[in-house]
Design a protein around this ligand. Sequence first.
Ligand code: UD1
Ligand code: UDP
Length: 376
Amino acid sequence: MPKPLILSIVGARPNFMKVAPLHRAFAKPDVAALVEHRIVHTGQHYDAAMSDAFFRDLEMPAPAYFLGVGSGSHAEQTAKVMIEFEKVCLEAKPALVLVVGDVNSTIAATLTATKLGIPVAHVEAGLRSGDRTMPEELNRIATDALSDYAFVTEQSGVDNLLRENFRKERLYLVGNTMIDSLHFALPKARQSTILPELGVAPKEYALVTLHRPSNVDDAVQLQALTEMLLDATSGCAVVFPVHPRTRKNLERFGLLERIAQNPRFILTEPQGYVNFLALMMNARFVMTDSGGVQEETTALGVPCLTLRTTTERPVTSELGTNILVPPTQENIHAALRNALNGVFRQDSVQPSVPPLWDGKAAERIVTIILRECLSQ
Ligand code: UD1
Ligand code: UDP
C-alpha cells in the first residue's frame, strides 16, 4: 500500500513561513514512515525576493509541483490556480490538502480539492477582520466554509468558527506555525549583517512594510503615508523594504524621487526572512499593514503600529505589542509622536506572547493529522 499523500499549498510570501515548519514535522523519520508530504507552489509570488529567498532561509526543499500561475486579477489568479491544481490532484490523488492563511492561492486550492471530494485542512483558520472590503477576508470566510478541519492560532478564531457553525470536533487550537518559523530562524537572524549593510544601529530606526491595497493603491493615501514617513525621519531613520505592489505604485505616483532625497529614508528590495527578522528584532518600533508582521512583533516583544482600521489577529493588540492606528494623518502623527518618545500601550497590560505561540504548533498539527484526518 502506498503511503497517504498530503499536499501543502504555498503561493504568496507569508505562506512559506507557515508551511516550512509543517514540512519539517512531516519529514521526521517516524512521521515520514507513515505519510508522504509534498509542497505545491502556485507561483502567485514569483520574484526571487518574494519566493526563492524563503526556501533558502527556511531550509525548505524545492516544491514538488510548480503551477506557474503568476499575477493577474483576482478572478484570473484564482481560476488559474484552480485549473492547474486540479490536474495535480487528479494525478497525485492526495489523501489531504493543507492550505494556509488567506491569499488567493488558499481559496483556489480549497475550492478545487473540496469539489474533488478531497478533504482540506485550513491552517490559520477562523481569523476575521469583519471588513469585507479586504480580499483576504472573503478568502478566509470561503476557505473556512469549505474546509473539513480547522487549525487555529488564537482563541478569537475558535469563537468565530463556532459562531459560523464550524464542526466543533474538527476544530483545533494549536498555536501559530509562523511563530515556529520565527523560533527556527532566530539564531540565524542574530548572525545577520543587514543592519551594518544598511547603515543603521539597533533601536535607532523604525521598520516599515506596507502592501494593503487600501493603503498603497490610492495615490492620495500613499502620498500622505509617504509624507508622514518622511516626517518621521526627523526622529529616527526609517527602513522600508518595499513590496512589489507598493514599488509599482510609488513609481506610478511619482513618489520615489521625494524619498530618494532623504538619506534617513532607506528604501530596500523585499528582504529575505532571516534579514527581515533581524531588522524586526532590532527596530525601535515597526509600522506595518501586514498580517504576519503583527504576530511576529508580538512574539518578539517589539512595538508595532498597525496602519489599519481593523485586525483579524486581535490577540496581538489584546495581549501583545500591537497598536491599531486607523491610517489618517491625525492618528498616525499622534502614534508616531508617542512611539518616538517611547510611549506605547496606554493601558496597564504588560505585553506577553499569546498561548501556544511556542514554536511547536506544526508538531501539534501533524500529530492531530495522523490521529484524526486521514481516515474519513
Ligand atoms: C498577496 C495577497 C495578500 C498578502 C500578500 C503578501 C491575495 C488576494 N493577496 O497580495 O493577502 O498579504 O500577497 O505579500 O492573495 N508582484 C510582483 N512580483 C511578485 C509578486 C507580485 O511584481 O513576485 C506584483 C505584481 O504587479 C502583482 C502585484 O505585485 O500584480 C500584486 O501581487 P498579488 O499576488 O496579486 O497580490 P499582493 O498584493 O502581493
Ligand atoms: N517578510 C519578509 N521580508 C520582507 C517583508 C516581510 O521576510 O521584506 C516576512 C515577514 O517577516 C512575515 C511575512 O513576510 O513572515 C509576512 O508577509 P506579508 O507581509 O507579505 O503578508 P501578510 O502577512 O500581510 O499576508
